[in-house]
Design a protein around this ligand. Structure first.
Ligand SMILES: [Zn+2]
Length: 311
């Protein structure tokens, strides 16, 4: 039997649980994934520190009393914010992150405030001997369940995706965007300052070519199985293009005015069903769509292309 989309906290296959961590008190926005195989365990991303208590309760409920590995797909707060709490609670857990952190580029290190530098420094200072740095093709084993690493830059440069080869279930993190499965709602994960549109497109293509994928487990949000797997990659490509085109068009039309670009995105694509309805300029939706707008404006260098000053 094919279950097209899984959107509720539940066991999704023999070895994996999906947990809706109710990030920022919203449902169906952020899923965390727990794996267990013959007593070996792993967690894919953590949510923010605010969700750590409910995650710890959930682990207890499903009978997970230790974690061997905590994977960080990338250094954004909704994926790594809970690492501190979880690594204290599970002192034997190893933290699995991209090799990219070992050699952060000079221009990254020179930034005043950088998610990647901050996470790198935290790992080195606090978890020194507990960090495993991984690259393309590396395998982390939960007994006979092999977790294979894919480097998936674009959303961020150090992003990794994880493939459970036993269940052929892929954890793409944010590398192919946010797709609220079953609601018909999708967004490209095109946020500044790290978004690179060229590598993002390459990553989506690369992951779509993994053979015999049975499911894709999205952080934002849900699990696609069977024929829906390829649909997710197709949607990912389509929304990437649709958002890009809308940002470029409205950038020209409104002379780079950010609020007008955001309003154009909101008019055209709406918001996901569970997002709080709040149209104030400082609301979450404005920050999200403003982020995507600036992500595309920077990546495509629209400022110099259209000789418009961004207001
Ligand atoms: Zn992210």
């Amino acid at each position: 039997m094919i279950i097209p989309f899984i959107r509720k906290t539940c066991k999704i296959n023999e070895n994996t649980w999906m947990f809706d961590c109710l990030i920022y008190n919203m449902k169906e926005q952020m899923a965390l994934f727990v794996l267990e195989n013959n007593g070996k365990t792993a967690l894919i991303d953590t949510g923010t520190s605010s969700e750590a208590d409910s995650l710890l309760n959930y682990l207890q409920n499903i009978g997970i009393d230790h974690l061997d590995y905590i994977f960080s797909t990338h250094g954004h707060v909704d994926h790594i914010g809970g690492v501190k709490r979880l690594s204290l609670r599970f002192p034997d857990a190893k933290i699995v992150v991209s090799k990219f952190y070992q050699n952060l580029p000079e221009k990254e290190l020179a930034k005043k405030k950088s998610d990647l530098v901050e996470y790198h420094e935290y790992l080195v200072k606090n978890l020194k001997n507990r960090v495993i740095y991984v690259g393309e093709g590396d395998i982390i084993s939960l007994d006979d369940l092999k977790l294979e690493i894919y480097t998936t830059p674009g959303h961020t440069p150090e992003h990794i995706a994880v493939l459970d080869r036993k269940n052929m279930n892929l954890f793409p993190g944010d590398s192919i965007g946010g797709h609220h499965l079953g609601s018909g709602f999708s967004r490209p994960a095109a946020y500044p300052p790290y978004f690179n549109h060229k590598s993002y497109s390459k990553t989506v293509k690369k992951l779509s070519q993994i053979e015999n994928l049975k499911s894709v487990s999205l952080a934002h949000f849900g699990v696609a199985t069977g024929p829906q797997v390829q649909e997710v990659f197709k949607i990912s490509e389509d929304v990437f293009k649709a958002y890009k085109d809308t940002v470029v068009e409205s950038y020209q039309k409104y002379n780079g005015d950010l609020n007008s670009i955001i309003t154009a995105l909101l008019d055209k694509f709406g918001r996901s069903p569970n997002e709080i309805k709040d149209n104030r300029p400082d609301s979450l939706i404005f920050r999200i769509l403003g982020g995507i707008s600036i992500g595309f404006i920077n990546a495509l260098d629209l400022k110099s292309k259209f000789k418009v000053d961004l207001k």
